[in-house]
Design a binder for this molecule. Structure first.
Ligand SMILES: [Zn+2]
Ligand SMILES: [Zn+2]
Length: 270
């Protein structure tokens, strides 16, 4: 059986190819000059992040195999029909990722890391993989703890990991969807027009639409915002600081957590 990493890579490359073609044929917004130059930084930081996850002795799917073998975690203790257990695990993992995203915005040390995602000045499928390696490592540790507590099946974890790789690439894409299609789709999934609001430079809008896969948590917890005040065409994407071209390069993205709000490097207090 192919490894988890290979399965995820095949999904990633297939979805990326379809979205890149879709963005070229039917873009939502005209890309500014040099928009593609960001790809090197966004894909580069993603590669560094993936390499950093190899530092972990086990990844979430293998952790689920381990938990299943030892009866660790709620769903390994309370045995439910397979399909119900799968659905519950998927919903619980997605809720946990929603709550993690709320924490990344609410707690300053976490926000300093998460700014690497929000500092992208344009919004396309590569924005979805632009996360600082330290955030990815924290996220991996969090997922391992979740798997140990919840005890989902390895199949549920693998399906969730594939979904978490692919759906955010779709909902960060610069793809023009017909309005009706967006309205129907966003009852089930986070769509590009919904998640773009989260990338607004207006922080009141950036603190909305935290969902990565399912839109229900935002509606349930009151963080849903249907559209930005200035419309998709008028809204400013990114952060009001960290807009210089250097923050689109791999080195610049890696440095973002250590840059103060005024744009200078953070110095330790004396
Ligand atoms: Zn965010
Ligand atoms: Zn995003």
């Amino acid at each position: 059986m192919p490894s988890e990493a290979l399965i995820r890579l095949v999904f990633f490359l297939s979805v990326a190819a379809v979205l890149a073609a879709g963005e070229a044929l039917r873009p939502k917004l005209p890309p500014p000059a040099g928009a593609r130059r960001r790809w090197l930084g966004n894909l580069g930081v993603s590669a560094v992040s993936v390499a950093c996850t190899w530092l972990f002795p086990v990844l979430p799917v293998a952790a689920a195999v381990w938990a299943g073998g030892r009866g660790v975690g709620l769903l390994n203790v309370v045995v439910l029909p397979g399909a119900l257990s799968f659905l519950l695990a998927s919903a619980a993992l997605d809720l946990a990722i929603y709550l993690q995203h709320r924490a990344m915005h609410a707690l300053r040390p976490l926000w300093l890391l998460h700014r690497a995602h929000h500092a992208d000045v344009f919004f396309d499928f590569t924005t979805a993989v632009r996360f600082h390696p330290l955030e990815i490592m924290l996220s991996t540790a969090y997922k391992l703890a979740l798997v140990a507590a919840l005890g989902p099946s390895p199949a549920a974890v693998l399906a969730f990991e594939i979904m978490l790789n692919c759906l955010p690439m779709f909902n960060h894409s610069n793809l023009r969807l017909p309005g009706r299609c967006d309205r129907v789709l966003r009852l089930l999934l986070v769509t590009p027009d919904m998640h773009r609001v989260h990338h607004s430079a207006d922080m009141r809008e950036a603190n909305a639409n935290f969902g990565f896969n399912f839109p229900w948590w935002d509606r349930l917890f009151g963080t849903y915002l249907a559209r930005p005040a200035k419309g998709c065409e008028g809204m400013r994407i990114g952060l009001n600081i960290l807009r210089e071209a250097r923050y689109s390069s791999l080195g610049g993205i890696l440095a973002i957590p250590f840059v103060s709000s005024s744009g200078a490097a953070v110095r330790p207090h004396k």
